[in-house]
Design a binder for this molecule. Sequence first.
Ligand SMILES: [Zn+2]
Length: 379
Amino acid sequence: MSDTSPTLALTLDLVARPSVTPEDAGCQALLAKRLAPLGFRAEWMNSGPVTNLWLRRGAASPLFVFAGHTDVVPPGPLEAWSSPPFSPRLQEGVLFARGAADMKGSIAAFVTACERFLDATPSPRGSIALLITSDEEGPSVEGTVHVVRELQARNEVIDLCIVGEPSSSRRLGDVVRVGRRGSLNASLRIHGVQGHVAYPQDALNPIHVFARVAAALEREVWDDGNEFFPPTSFQFSNVHAGTGADNVIPGHVEARFNFRFCTENTHASLEARVREMLDAEDVRYSLDWSLSGGPFLTRPGALVDAVSAAIERHAGVRPELNTGGGTSDGRFIAPTGAQVVELGPINATIHKVDEHVRTADLDVLSRIYEHVMCQLLTG
Ligand SMILES: [Zn+2]
C-alpha cells in the first residue's frame, strides 16, 4: 500500500498485537522506541500484570499529556468477525481490527502528532508526555490510577491532558467529553421490631417506614443540574424484606440505591441530606456508603478552547461539549487538578464485532492533536 500514512502504518502495527487486558503484547515498547529519538524518556511503572509507560520529554511547565490504553476488550467469538480481529483488514478506506477505534488509532495519532509538532517546533514551551496503560478495559486498579499516584508522590503535576478515548458520535470531532458524573452507592438497613401481624402495637413495621422514606427520596429534587450536567439522579436498585410468612412483620428492610451526581452536589452533601430524611423518621437504621468516583468537569479554558479550535479547523465541525458516556481514565487524572478532555474517533463500533475506523479520520485526528499542541505549547 503506497498511500499508507504514518498514522495508519503505526495503527496497523499496534492492532496486529493481541493485547487483551491486561496484556500489552509489546505495544508500549514500540512506542518507547519510536519516541526515544525525539527526546522522550521512557519510564516503566508496571504493577502486577499491568504494563504502564510514562514517556516524558522536557521538564518545564506546563506539562501536556496524551493519555491512553494499549489493552483491548476480548474479540468474542472469532467466527462472528468478517476477518480475524488481530489481522488488520483495510477495505475502502476503513480499517477493521479489534482496538482500531478503542484506542490504538488514537495512540498512533498521538505519536505522529508529536513527530510533526516537534519537527516544526524543536523547542516548545513546557513539556509533553504520554501516559499509556494496559489496564483500562479491566479492573483499572493498577493502571492510570497507579501512575497518577506515583507522579503525585514526586510532585510531577499534569496541567493539560487529552485522553484519546473514542468520543466522537457521528463524525470525527462532533463530541468532546469534558467531564463525567459521579457515582455514589449506598446500602440501607432499616431496623424495626419483628412481631405478629395481628399485634402491630407490639411490633414496628420497617416496611412501612421504608415506604415513607422511599417516597420522600424519590420525590426529592437534589439539584437542577447545570450547563454541562443533567440533574443528579437517584435510583433504588435492590430491596429485600420479609420472612416469607404472611403473618410476620419483619424485623428489618435492606435496600441499595445509587446516585449519579453532578457538580452541583458532592458525595458529602448527598449523604448529609439522606441522613436528615432518615433521621426525621425516628427509626433505627444503618447506612454504608461507597463512592465509585466523584464528578469532574473541565470548564471552558485554555484546553477546551484549543481543542475546539483545532477540531473546527481540521474536521470542519463545531464540537459539542458533553459529560455523557461511561467511565474512562480521565476520572483518575482530573482530580489532580489537571484540565482533562477526551477526544478520539467515532465510537459506534467499539467493543463490538468488526470494530472499525475510517483511516482518513486517523490522519485528521493526528492533525487535530498537533494543532492543539501548537496552540498550547508555542509562543
Ligand atoms: Zn478505551
